[in-house]
Structure formats: structure tokens, C-alpha cells
Design a protein. Structure first.
Length: 319
């Protein structure tokens, strides 16, 4: 299973090679935006320490607040630029792939086109390429931020206080196991969905090309029924395919939400503060940082099915 997943990933990243530079630039900007946001959170600790002091230094406090503002603005700008770069790369990839595919189809024997069928060709040229667009435009920046934020956040938490870091990561093992099931691809479900989608495309092409005959000898009821049946079958297979990873995604979403992490950090932190083992500024840092790190993984969970579909589309285009 691990080997199969690795092959899909290699196929996916190999097929987007023409725009890999733009993708990497967008991912780097997204990762840096996560670093900027993390920096703003870390600076809350000295700010709260100054606010809780008997005689806070206004100059130092304003410097920290200015640094937080700069970090937030930098993170926002970098995130916007990262999505702009990734979307431009996605549109360029669509143009390259469709041009290459149509050029290749012009060179293959006519029998290959006839045997493959219009439905399958339309799915590759339109649907599969569009799924790659969604992966490049939306998934790659979120992936970079989803990996960078938690890794750096965990390092910061252990540097600040290893005890509270362990408390903040209690829910992570359960969430990671659930994410494994959320990202698990189902080959049979994917193939069934591909065939059902091909059947829809074939039915549409058949209906449009035979419009003159349909209007002459039929009222269109039978042709539309075939399309409706094909659409229902595709919807059913899509639901079955997505349901294979649904519960993993639901459990992971619950584990990586802010509330479970906060519900653990707050009582343990208050208990440690009351016993003199932890100061209030450090507790405030973990109250903000712990849930934020958990929430940064959530976009990856929502994108699990999208990444599976992009991997499937890359494999079909590669054929």
C-alpha cells in the first residue's frame, strides 16, 4: 500500500514538472507566511509579560506590538502572493497539458481514438486536467503551510516549555492515525468513478451528435433517461469512493480542531500556574499556539479527496 501511494505521488509531481518552479515559489511564499504568523504568536509572550509587569516599559511594548503588526502584514501579503503564483502556474499547466494531449492524439492511429471512445478522451482532456488545476492552485500552498506551521510550532513549544508541549500534542497521535485513513486511496472506487464519468461524457457526446435524429424519430425521452441513469451511477460511485475515507477525515477534523487542544491545555496550564511551575505569559502563549498548530493541519484534511482525485487524473493522463 505504501509503495502504491508513493507511485501515485511520483506520478502526480512528475506530470506537473513544466510548472514546478512556479509551484515551488508559491509553496515557499506560503511557508514563509506561516513562519510570519508563528512569529507574531511567539511575540505575544513578551508582550503579555510587559502588560503583567508592575511598571511596563512602554517603549519595549510598542516595539513588540510593531513587530507583531509587521509579521501579520507580511504573512498576509505572502499568502496572497503564494495563491497568485500557484493559480498562474495552474492555468499554465492546463494550457501545456491540453496542447500536448491534443498534439499526441493527432499523431496516434484513428483506431486508437475510436477504441478509447469520446467519453474517456473528454474525461482526460477536461476533467482530469481540471483536477490537476485544483491541486496546483489550491493544494500546494496549503500543503506547504500545513507542514511548515506544525513542525516549527512544535519546535518552538519544546524550546519554551517541554511539559506544556507534550500536553499540547496529546491529541496529535489519534489525529495522525485518522489522517492516514483520510488520505487512503481506494483503487477500485476510483476506477469505478472514472468509468461512470466516462459513461456520462459518452452519453453527452452521443446525445449532441445525434440531435437531428432524436428530433426526427424521438422526443428525447430515451436519450435523456440514459444521461440521467449515467449521472445517478456516477453520483453513487462518487459517494462510495469518498465514504472510504470519510470517517478518517471526520475524526481527524475533530481531533485537530481548536476546542479539544484548548480543553487540555487550559486546565493543565492553570493547575501548573497555581503550583508555581508555569508563568502566565507562557500559558497564554500555549493557549494561542497549541490550537493554531492543530488548526493548520485542517486544510490538508479537507483536501484529501481532492489530492486523491488529482493523483488519479495524473495517472490517467500519464497513460
Amino acid at each position: 500500500m505504501a509503495e502504491n501511494t508513493q507511485q501515485q505521488e511520483l506520478s502526480l509531481w512528475e506530470i506537473i514538472k513544466p510548472v514546478r518552479r512556479q509551484i515551488y515559489i508559491g509553496m515557499a511564499m506560503s511557508a514563509l507566511s506561516g513562519v510570519a504568523w508563528l512569529t507574531a504568536l511567539v511575540l505575544l509572550r513578551p508582550v503579555s509579560r510587559q502588560l503583567l509587569a508592575e511598571s511596563p516599559d512602554t517603549t519595549v511594548l510598542l516595539r513588540y506590538c510593531g513587530a507583531i503588526l509587521v509579521a501579520l502584514i507580511t504573512g498576509f501579503v505572502l499568502r496572497m502572493l503564494s495563491f497568485e503564483w500557484s493559480h498562474l502556474g495552474a492555468y499554465k499547466l492546463e494550457e501545456i497539458l491540453r496542447t500536448d494531449l491534443t498534439t499526441h492524439l493527432a499523431k496516434v492511429p484513428l483506431g486508437y481514438v475510436t477504441t478509447t471512445g469520446s467519453g474517456a478522451l473528454k474525461k482526460v482532456l477536461m476533467d482530469d486536467v481540471r483536477s490537476l488545476h485544483a491541486f496546483v492552485a489550491d493544494s500546494t500552498p496549503l500543503m506547504a503551510r500545513g507542514y511548515t506551521g506544525p513542525i516549527l510550532g512544535v519546535i518552538v513549544m519544546f524550546l519554551v516549555d517541554w511539559r506544556m508541549a507534550l500536553v499540547s500534542l496529546v491529541v496529535f497521535p489519534v489525529g495522525m492515525v485518522a489522517m492516514r485513513f483520510a488520505f487512503k486511496d481506494n483503487a477500485q472506487g476510483r476506477e469505478a468513478y472514472d468509468k461512470a464519468t466516462e459513461h456520462i461524457n459518452h452519453t453527452i457526446v452521443e446525445f449532441v451528435q445525434g440531435m437531428q435524429v432524436v428530433r426526427t424519430f424521438d422526443d428525447g425521452t430515451a436519450s435523456f433517461r440514459r444521461y440521467s441513469d449515467a449521472l445517478s451511477e456516477a453520483s453513487r460511485t462518487m459517494v462510495e469512493w469518498a465514504s472510504k475515507s470519510r470517517w478518517g477525515a471526520v475524526i481527524a477534523r475533530l481531533m485537530f480542531a481548536s476546542l479539544p487542544t484548548l480543553a487540555i491545555i487550559l486546565p493543565v496550564g492553570v493547575w501548573m500556574v497555581s503550583n508555581g511551575w508555569l508563568d502566565v505569559p507562557t500559558l497564554l502563549l500555549f493557549i494561542f499556539l497549541g490550537p493554531t498548530i492543530a488548526e493548520s493541519i485542517v486544510p490538508m484534511i479537507w483536501l484529501s479527496q481532492l489530492i486523491n482525485m488529482a493523483s488519479a487524473g495524473a495517472k490517467r493522463i500519464g497513460k
